[in-house]
Design a protein around this ligand. Structure first.
Ligand code: URA
Length: 254
């Protein structure tokens, strides 16, 4: 079920024109709802309302959701002044305008969701909607167990204390690679955490995003999310993450 909200928002979301232009269009008297001219941009809509502009029926834009396995050297911006590779080039055969949910650095590889669902991408801008992401991090020197502990406990960065939800050495053979899960979506968060502990991140790969994994998805390829996956993603974004409860203080009896 789609929520159309107000008439102007519906016209903008359906790709007719921008929100501001929709207001002018409505006021000019060419927009009809169920056969009647409506001049009020905030006119509320029901799901089964029929909307026409100049007597042409406007249907809601289909919402699309893709999971993309981003290669290295690809920017998550929509266009680049220096003509570097951008994520949108991979979606050139999809006519809808797609946006990434969040960002990965140019040299980070791995999973990113692309969508034309503006509500969902906007929600992500709010910190309370942070969701779980798992990264594989390769560092220039072995990561000590003491530093794994520090990352779990929290590290002071310029924008506050940050910690990972879980972390482990990925392989028994090399301590250069760790797998960690984090909720924060702050800019360069992994590189900043490791820099604070004097490690240089040589490779960063996002291997899971909101429970979605790379299974069957080669680098540089994308797939449509299933209805079930979209439902789960929306649910994850609609649930406010509450801060973890502080451990109760032990009463020390002398
Ligand atoms: N943290 C980083 O430092 N870079 C990314 O691309 C993602 C998370």
């Amino acid at each position: 079920m789609t929520t159309k909200n107000s008439l102007s928002k519906f016209l903008a979301q359906s790709g007719v024109c921008s929100r501001r232009a929709a207001t002018d269009l409505i006021k000019s008297g060419v927009v009809k709802v169920n056969g009647k001219v409506v001049l009020e941009p905030f006119h509320p809509l029901a799901d089964d309302d029929s909307i026409k502009v100049n007597n042409k029926r406007i249907l809601p834009e289909q919402k699309l959701y893709f999971l993309f396995n981003k290669p290295k050297d690809v920017l998550c911006t929509l266009s680049d002044t220096k003509d570097r590779n951008t994520i949108t080039a991979f979606f050139r055969n999809i006519p809808e305008r797609l946006y990434p949910i969040g960002r990965l650095d140019r040299n980070t590889t791995g999973l990113i969701v692309m969508t034309n669902d503006g509500d969902l991408t906007q929600k992500l801008a709010h910190p309370k909607f942070n969701i779980a992401k798992t990264y594989q991090v390769t560092t220039h020197k072995p990561v000590t167990d003491e530093h794994l502990e520090k990352l779990l406990k929290g590290i002071k960065l310029e924008d506050g204390y940050m910690k990972v939800d879980s972390i482990r050495h990925t392989s028994l053979h090399s301590k250069h690679i760790v797998t960690l899960t984090i909720h924060s979506g702050k800019k360069h968060i992994i590189k900043r955490l490791f820099k604070e502990l004097r490690y240089f991140v040589e490779k960063l790969d996002r291997i899971s995003f909101a429970g979605l994994t790379k299974k069957g998805l080669e680098v540089g390829f994308f797939r449509a999310l299933t209805d079930k996956e979209v439902e789960k993603l929306k649910k994850d974004f609609s649930e406010e993450k509450k801060p973890a409860a502080k451990p109760a203080l032990k009463k020390i009896v002398a």
